[in-house]
Design a protein around this ligand. Structure first.
Ligand code: HEC
Ligand code: HEC
Ligand code: HEC
Ligand code: HEC
Ligand code: HEC
Ligand code: HEC
Length: 286
């Protein structure tokens, strides 16, 4: 179901953002990603009735970052939800008090309740009829599950990871015969996808391992009997892993785009973008 959810959301996001994603500059900038648990509180000056909310950030990395950080350009630092110009107000203003020309921005409470609760509710809805799945879901929906009467004082965890935002150069691992030029991979441009789409064994908290780390895709040669990248025997062959991972997704997006184009139901600007498919587009000068 998680997989299904991810695909549903990523498709929605691709359809929403179309090809108009803001492109990262060529830089080696890093983002400090908090991986622990945070306490979500109303801004300091506001009067509150409810206890602060414990939010395990990394439990949510199976979703795209931009599902929550919906204004993030994947280049700049990530802004807090209550930053100036965003969900600054704790409560919605009374109707008729916001000048029409002002952009309508949801209140902080409204934004959090919508984002957090609706997704959790959807999880329950989907699991209905499957009592096993229902009993496994821990995502809170009731008021007191998020705002318990007495909240044990949870300290914000300071755990974090540095993640590269710009372009990563992917080369063949040491010891492998290299016939093609290394690939310039725009990492940040792929953050509309959940991190685990690619880092499939990552737990959301530990350091991220390289793809060709020992024990992972560290095989330098194809299997003796077959070069087929889809053959199970080549699953640890680095070339097979990269080509399957990168090219398959670009290809399926291209196919989706083509069938949407054929159906004519959707504007040109809303069609999903896709990445390179030709050898020369990834391996530039060979
Ligand atoms: C389910 C929603 C959700 C998802 C998914 C999510 N975040 Fe967050 N993130 C939050 C919330 C809520 C905060 C706290 C914001 C605040 O304090 O105003 C936060 C805080 C942060 C911060 C600290 C911002 C600051 O104020 O200093 C960073 C950086 C960040 N997230 C990056 C990411 C990245 C990168 C991803 C994708 C791997 C991601 N987040 C996925 C909800 C989410
Ligand atoms: C896009 C969907 C989505 C959004 C948005 C979302 N969550 Fe979740 N949340 C999940 C999923 C999935 C789980 C894990 C459910 C499971 O497998 O049991 C979860 C689990 C949790 C848990 C329980 C974690 C545990 O260790 O049992 C808490 C607490 C939580 N979410 C709080 C929040 C808060 C607060 C927000 C808003 C800032 C939020 N969530 C936004 C999908 C979401
Ligand atoms: C999935 C988690 C979640 C659930 C469920 C939830 N809330 Fe919230 N609520 C939040 C978050 C996050 C905030 C913003 C941070 C804060 O103010 O603590 C918030 C803010 C509030 C606030 C404004 C701040 C304050 O303390 O006065 C009120 C009031 C509130 N919630 C009431 C409720 C009520 C009533 C319910 C049940 C109908 C409910 N919430 C269910 C997550 C949740
Ligand atoms: C979407 C990008 C992409 C496309 C398209 C692509 N490759 Fe690759 N290829 C990679 C990545 C990433 C690697 C692993 C890193 C490296 O070796 O540079 C790789 C590795 C290789 C390697 C092994 C390493 C080396 O340098 O010799 C060969 C050979 C190769 N590709 C040939 C091709 C050929 C031939 C095509 C066209 C049929 C092609 N690639 C299309 C991304 C791509
Ligand atoms: C489309 C695939 C893809 C997505 C999505 C993706 N990454 Fe990566 N990431 C890679 C590749 C490929 C590398 C280079 C790995 C290597 O050098 O072997 C990398 C490298 C990294 C590194 C550096 C690892 C090192 O060697 O130090 C970190 C950290 C990282 N990614 C975190 C993330 C996080 C967090 C997310 C989610 C916001 C994410 N990645 C999303 C493909 C992806
Ligand atoms: C889950 C899907 C997915 C995976 C996996 C994926 N890509 Fe992409 N890639 C995309 C999409 C979507 C775009 C178009 C992004 C855009 O238009 O901003 C893209 C764009 C690109 C671009 C072109 C960016 C530009 O400047 O126009 C390159 C290069 C690229 N990908 C390389 C790779 C490599 C190398 C890998 C494997 C390590 C990879 N991609 C894995 C979806 C994916």
């Amino acid at each position: 179901m998680k997989r299904y959810l991810f695909f549903a959301y990523s498709l929605a996001i691709i359809l929403m953002t179309g090809g108009s994603l803001i492109f990262a500059q060529e830089n080696a900038d890093k983002l400090r990603l908090p991986t622990g648990t945070m306490m979500l509180k109303a801004p300091a000056h506001s009067q509150t009735k409810m206890s602060p909310v414990v939010f395990p950030h990394s439990t949510h990395f199976q979703f795209s970052c931009t599902i929550c950080h919906h204004e993030w350009d994947k280049v700049s630092p990530v802004e807090g939800c209550a930053s100036s110009g965003c969900h600054e107000k704790l409560w919605a203003s009374p109707p008729g008090t916001t000048p029409l020309r002002d952009k309508k921005v949801k209140s902080l409470t409204g934004a959090y309740h919508q984002a957090c609760r609706e997704c959790h509710r959807d999880l329950f809805k989907e699991s209905q009829g499957n009592s096993k799945a229902m009993s496994r879901i821990t995502a809170p929906v009731a008021c007191e599950e998020c705002h318990p009467a007495s909240q044990a004082a949870v300290e914000d965890s300071l755990d974090s990871l540095d993640i590269p935002l710009g372009t990563i150069t992917l080369a063949a691992p040491e010891g492998a015969e290299s016939r093609r030029s290394p690939v310039e991979f725009p990492h940040g441009k792929h953050f509309d996808y959940a991190c685990q789409t690619c880092h499939h064994d990552w737990d959301g908290e530990s350091p991220v391992e390289n793809c060709t780390t020992s024990g992972c895709h560290d095989q330098l040669e194809p299997d003796e009997k077959t070069r087929n990248i889809h053959d199970e025997r080549n699953s640890l062959y680095f070339l097979a892993a990269y080509h399957k991972g990168c090219i398959q997704c670009h290809l399926s997006l291209r196919d989706q785009r083509r069938s949407l184009e054929k159906s004519g139901d959707i504007n040109e600007s809303e069609l999903p973008g896709y990445g390179p498919l030709a050898c020369i587009e990834c391996h530039a000068d060979s």
